[in-house]
Design a protein around this ligand. Structure first.
Ligand SMILES: [Zn+2]
Length: 466
């Protein structure tokens, strides 16, 4: 069976990356033209090869001449329900792809397709299939991220530690395996491993670059500050989860460098937006993806205003076309242009998902809606290592992991007092429940933690962010 991570694949990725590099010199007009042409090609391909899109576009009377904003958006549930009609290659079916994933094979489906799963943080994990050309672009996008972060090849080779979901089927893992032949020595760690184990392995490996979920990197930064972890990475890249200002500060304190933040979505082949050396917003990879920030009715919102969700259009995935695909992440476009001169527009930090907004009982029988960022100050309280805010029914429960060598009861007391004052200020008619814990439970498959969330019928909402 054919395997990925072969040298020819790496060489092709390098060639594609040169092409991506060339796009970074485009001005706005050239980029708009590039997007228009790529969109027309992908819409024409979807109409010709995907029964799902053929039916949808026929019903709406649209085609490849139609401007982007007039194309009907699609949801994950629509695509997954009609998976076999959605994909454009009859050799790929949901049953085959799922069988391939469950066999834990590292080979290619039908000797051709790379199959990956999302982290599984949603009840219905996504299934993602890439043909060799698509996979080359995915790999090139990862190389671009290395270049932007300054993780350029050198001798002796850089040592990069990746901390993501466990398992070779996960997208981040597959990308790192494809690339490790060429440029870096890599160490892959699972976000679900106990902290002591992560610390011991990293102390041994001594990474020169650290890449992983924001919550895990935050935990490791605390370990570094407290003296258990002793590493000196010259670069830190977080991904997979929203990163708060508090986490950013903690990383600066721990390792003295400004961390990069990759916004990655498995559907778009991993990387979707990344900050440049100016660290003033994340530049969307506009040559490979179109990102629309829209209101609840899918209408664009002005730059600087937070949208209700995003519409993602992937410009290179032809096996599974994503055209105006709804993602519940909330963010805004940064107004103006970046000092680095790149024409790619910039996204503000992701503020969580609209389905993360908490709904708590208010005074006089009302319902109070609270955005996750309302609780951001709790994470900066003295003595807090980690913290999780969960709405269960009408209750707000806060699990607190105190820093070592602190008075845990005092830390929990501070959190309770601060949270109660916050709820009071927003007119909530409920008291927070606090809980002292030694660690937070990560999602068993994804290895992620959603720090502020609402639990409805045990469902973990949200489509496949990596
Ligand atoms: Zn920039």
């Amino acid at each position: 069976m054919a395997r990925i991570s072969a040298l020819p694949g790496f060489a092709r990725a390098v060639r594609h990356e040169r092409e991506l590099h060339r796009h970074e010199r485009f001005d706005r007009a050239r980029l708009d033209e590039h997007q228009r042409r790529a969109l027309a090609r992908i819409v024409a391909h979807a109409r010709a090869r995907s029964p799902f899109y053929r039916d949808l576009y026929a019903a709406h009377g649209v085609d490849e001449q139609t401007p982007l904003h007039a194309l009907p958006p699609v949801d994950k549930s629509d695509l997954m329900e009609r998976f076999d009609d959605w994909v454009t290659d009859p050799r790929v079916t949901l049953a085959r792809a799922q069988h391939h994933l469950s066999s834990a094979s590292q080979g290619l489906l039908g000797d051709k397709f790379v199959v990956a799963s999302s982290g599984g943080s949603s009840r219905r994990p996504g299934v993602f299939v890439f043909d060799p050309n698509e996979w080359d672009v995915v790999s090139a996008i990862a190389l671009r991220a290395s270049r932007w972060c300054g993780f350029t090849p050198r001798l002796p080779r850089r040592r990069v530690a990746f901390i993501h979901a466990p398992g070779a089927q996960h997208m981040a893992d597959r990308v790192s395996r494809t690339l490790e032949l060429g440029i870096h020595r890599s160490q892959r760690l699972a976000a679900t491993q106990p902290t002591d184990e992560l610390v011991a392995t990293l102390n041994e490996f001594q990474p020169t670059a650290l890449v992983g979920y924001a919550s895990v990197i935050a935990l490791l930064a605390a370990q570094q500050i407290d003296g258990q972890l002793k590493i000196a990475p010259s670069g830190v890249l977080t991904d997979g989860e929203p990163r708060s200002a508090e986490i950013t500060n903690r990383i600066r304190t721990a390792w003295g460098s400004e961390p990069f933040d990759l916004y990655a979505v498995t559907e778009t082949g991993g990387g979707l937006a990344l900050d440049c050396q100016a660290h003033d917003g994340r530049h969307v990879y506009e040559d490979t993806t179109i990102v629309e920030v829209v209101d609840a009715d899918d209408r664009p919102v002005p730059d600087g205003n937070r949208g209700h969700h995003l519409l993602i259009t992937n410009l290179f995935c032809r096996t599974q076309p994503y055209i105006r695909y709804r993602l519940s992440d909330m963010t805004a476009y940064h107004p103006g242009t970046c000092s680095c001169g790149l024409a790619f527009r910039r996204l503000e930090p992701i503020e969580g998902r609209h389905d993360d907004i908490l709904e708590l009982p208010g005074r006089a029988g009302t319902t109070v809606h609270l955005h996750p960022t309302v609780f951001a100050p709790l994470f900066t309280l003295d003595g807090v290592a980690e913290l999780e805010v969960v709405q269960r029914g009408r209750q707000l429960q806060i699990a607190v992991v105190p820093r070592s060598s602190t008075d845990s009861d005092a830390v929990v007391g501070r959190v309770r007092q601060h949270a109660a004052a916050t709820l009071e200020r927003y007119g909530c008619d409920t008291q927070p429940q606090t809980l002292l814990v030694s660690h937070l439970t990560r999602h068993p498959i994804a290895g992620k933690i959603k720090l502020v969330r609402r639990e409805i019928d045990q469902q973990q909402p949200g489509p496949g962010q990596q």
